[in-house]
Design a protein around this ligand. Structure first.
Ligand SMILES: [Fe+2]
Ligand SMILES: [Fe+2]
Length: 416
């Protein structure tokens, strides 16, 4: 294959055809995996220029490496296509602060931008492309009348340029709205947040990883604000938690019917991190109550939802209980079990239900709907790790003391 006798219009038409083929491939793949029609790519029109660029690179490379052994050619294709995918992803993240695709859950990925499985897939595609697709398409394009090609390519260039400009404008607007969302998250109502999300429905369906990425960023934002908040009131809250000071009456009024309920009191019998589930949920509840009060959120629902978030009556280390059969994963199952128990004994509002169901997010795939749920989930992780660390330190101290005692004993024995 050579570049001989190929005109600029033919190159433009080829680029368009391959960008269109890419749009079809992605569209079919995404539509099947999401079970709805997806207009793939960030352009409005049916083109994915990244495929056109990939094809251009492959054609160019083929010109130089076609005498090489097939295996070496394949490795070169794989590397080049992976580099294109990596740098396109990188550019979108840097320029638009958006992650359009994310392979971080695939094995052997690099920063979620590329992964081995897809790179292998691109390599096979490249082989099929140079062997069958490109020669046939090139033959067809060459058979077309040059004047027709010229007119077509002018129309396409104008069209794609316009589409590109509008798409970039829309992407920039999206980026600005999202950064507004990050900074103003706590000051916006849930309806306003939903409005921002729904104004970019096409982009979000075209790139399902986008919502997860945005949610992660919001979660990080909340964590940062929480740690500022923590620094200011940590001592106070922890003091109250350690029982040196009683919790406020208001807190008890909010949770009164729950924390005195017979079924709920059974949580005292089950060991959790390094205390009973009862102690753990009381801590998470009080912490969430204080945090939500600070952020002027619905602290009542936060306190109640948090109190019920681990309402499961079994020892999770022992799988053989009716609530949690051996094949089920406690981490994923227990929010559902807790919710079912909570519903059985108490009246729950929507926020409380969301708090219980999503407190293990991102383990449970659907992200929290309410800010209160993010906070409870944060408080749960924060306090559980705090419990874990203090437990670890305590065990270490016990071990050290035991070692010293043993040493002492041995010494005494020797003396005697
Ligand atoms: Fe939990
Ligand atoms: Fe928990």
């Amino acid at each position: 294959m050579t570049f001989d006798n190929i005109t600029v219009s033919q190159i433009i038409i080829l680029f368009t055809i391959y960008s269109f083929m890419g749009w079809v491939i992605e569209g079919v793949y995404r539509s099947i995996s999401q079970r709805q029609f997806i207009n793939a790519g960030f352009l409005y029109g049916p083109f994915l220029p990244i495929y056109g660029s990939g094809a251009a690179f492959i054609i160019g490379l083929q010109y130089f490496i076609h005498p090489w052994p097939l295996l070496v050619q394949l490795v070169v294709y794989g590397i080049i296509l992976t580099l294109i995918e990596y740098f396109t992803g990188f550019a979108f993240e840097k320029i638009f602060k958006l992650k359009l695709w994310d392979y971080s859950e695939h094995k052997f990925n690099i920063q979620g931008r590329v992964c081995l499985l897809f790179s292998l897939f691109w390599t096979i595609m490249a082989l099929a492309f140079v062997t069958f697709i490109h020669p046939a398409v090139l033959r067809y394009v060459r058979s077309l009348d040059e004047t027709l090609l010229r007119i077509l390519s002018i129309v396409i260039v104008i069209y794609v340029f316009t589409d590109f400009v509008f798409s970039i404008v829309s992407l920039t607007a999206f980026k600005n709205k999202i950064s507004y969302l990050y900074s103003e998250y706590f000051n916006l109502s849930d309806a306003e947040i939903e409005k921002i999300f729904s104004s970019f429905k096409r982009l979000r369906t075209a790139y399902p990883d986008l919502r997860r990425y945005i949610n992660n960023n919001i979660n990080t934002g909340i964590k940062n604000r929480m740690s500022t908040f923590l620094k200011s009131i940590q001592e106070k809250i922890i003091l109250n938690m350690e029982g040196r000071k009683p919790f406020e009456n208001e807190f008890y009024d909010i949770i009164n019917d729950i924390h005195t309920h017979d079924e709920f009191l059974k949580l005292k019998l089950y060991y959790h991190h390094n205390s009973s589930i009862y102690d753990h949920v009381m801590d998470v509840s009080y912490f969430s109550y204080r945090a939500c009060k600070f952020f002027k959120l619905d602290y009542r629902s936060a306190a109640r939802g948090a109190l019920l978030h681990d309402f499961f009556l079994y020892d999770w280390r022992n799988h053989d209980v009716p609530d949690l059969p051996a094949e089920k994963n406690h981490g994923i199952e227990h929010p559902k079990i807790a919710l079912a128990n909570a519903r059985k004994h108490f009246m729950l509002n929507e926020i409380e239900e969301d708090i219980i169901r999503k407190h293990m997010w991102p383990l449970t795939l659907v992200p929290p709907k309410y800010k209160e749920s993010f906070i409870v989930s944060f408080a749960d992780t924060y306090l559980a790790s705090k419990e874990f660390v203090s437990n670890f330190k305590r065990n270490k101290t016990i071990k050290r003391e035991k070692k010293q005692a043993d040493k002492h004993k041995k010494k005494n024995k020797r003396r005697n």
